[in-house]
Design a protein around this ligand. Structure first.
Ligand code: NDP
Length: 316
């Protein structure tokens, strides 16, 4: 007979691994399905300086290795599999991966989100060497330098305002002259003497060998190409939550973000909980994701306790 897990956590970034840590310490013997990128988005970053507890900073992959070890130390089981389908209509829930099927009394969805990229020829090669999709993470490295931000929404404005605290000059590059950004955010940008707006322009490529040295731009009005000197390129062209597999099964908003129901971490299905960036278009930080993983695990534990299902031996 198949084992029924007390809690299956889908995703292994800060949200998933913190949920695993808390669930494991509550004796729930969680199963973590690590997904396509075990460790999540931080595996692709270099120095993380804003995660509390590491005054000298820590490398993203090292932080995730520590979180993995900490969850495993208390008995979390982590499998390197990817979820292909979920049946959430009745309990126990069933999760199908590329290799196995698992039954679960509760599920925490911590699948994360991915920044959208422009898919420029040299964009990924220079990622971490001047190309970034997170000003909060990397802005500090641009003290005294010039940077460009791509996008015309609130994120682009917010990133530019944040970067203006470090950089000597920030140029927002936008493909049209119509901004999706709210008037208040656009107004703040326009009032900031360090920020310039360049409209009707597309980035064609990033220039530089070891680090970003400039951009190749194309005017959307005249189609002519120019070279733009800059030390950094920040992308703020939206994010895509990894929620495809839950479409039609859990409530998602128009952009695919999980909709939190009931004020805590609940989804529209009792016993299934959200944690981290998959349900967070706003904060998107490792530390907030970790906090939400903790909340989701506590909510799952309480859900089981209220039903007298806690600390049962796994059976079927
Ligand atoms: P948006 O979808 O609002 O904006 C994305 C921007 O990126 C648009 O200007 C879009 O251009 C541009 N873009 C998209 N694809 C490309 C591409 N391939 N090449 C060039 N440009 C591209 O996303 P945001 O992340 O800015 O915001 C998401 C949500 O979060 C919004 O609801 C926003 O209000 C909210 N938010 C609120 C904040 C706040 O209140 N402080 C801060 C940050 C976000 P185009 O307009 O031409 O399509």
């Amino acid at each position: 007979m198949a084992e029924i897990y007390n809690i299956v956590i889908i995703g292994s970034g800060p949200a998933g691994l913190t949920a695993a840590l808390y669930a494991a310490r509550a004796n729930l013997r969680p199963l973590v399905i690590a997904g396509l990128t075990p460790g999540g988005q931080l595996m692709q970053t270099t120095e993380v300086e804003n995660y509390p507890g590491f005054p000298e900073g820590i490398l993203g992959p090292e932080l995730m290795l520590k979180m993995t070890k900490q969850a495993e130390r208390f008995g979390a089981k982590i499998v390197n599999e990817t979820v292909a389908d979920v049946s959430l209509a009745a309990r126990p829930f069933r999760i199908k991966t590329d290799r196995n099927e698992y039954d679960a009394k509760t599920v925490v969805v911590a699948t994360g989100a991915e920044a959208n990229w422009l898919n420029l020829p040299n964009e990924q090669r220079l990622r971490g060497k001047g190309v970034s999709a997170c000003a909060t993470c990397d802005g500090f490295f641009f003290k005294g330098k010039e940077v460009a931000v791509v996008g015309g929404g609130d994120s682009a404005m917010e990133e530019a305002l944040f970067l203006s605290k470090f950089a000597t000059k920030v140029t927002i590059l936008h493909r049209s002259d119509q901004f999706r950004a709210s008037k208040i955010m656009l107004g703040r940008v326009q009032a900031n003497p360090k920020i310039a707006l360049m409209t009707n322009v597309e980035v064609v490529d990033v220039l530089g060998v070891e680090k970003v040295e400039g951009l190749k731009l194309r005017s959307t009005a005249s189609n002519s190409e120019t070279t733009f000197k800059t030390d950094g390129l920040f992308l703020a062209i939206g994010r895509t939550p990894a929620s495809e597999v839950f479409k039609g099964k859990l409530d998602l908003d128009a952009k695919g973000y999980g909709v939190i129901t009931g004020g805590h971490t609940g989804t529209n299905i009792e016993g299934v909980f959200w944690a981290g960036d998959v349900a967070d278009p706003r904060y998107r930080q490792a530390v907030t994701a970790a906090g939400e993983g903790c909340r989701a695990a506590i909510d799952a534990e309480r859900f089981l306790a209220e039903r007298g299902e806690i600390h049962e031996e796994v059976t079927a």
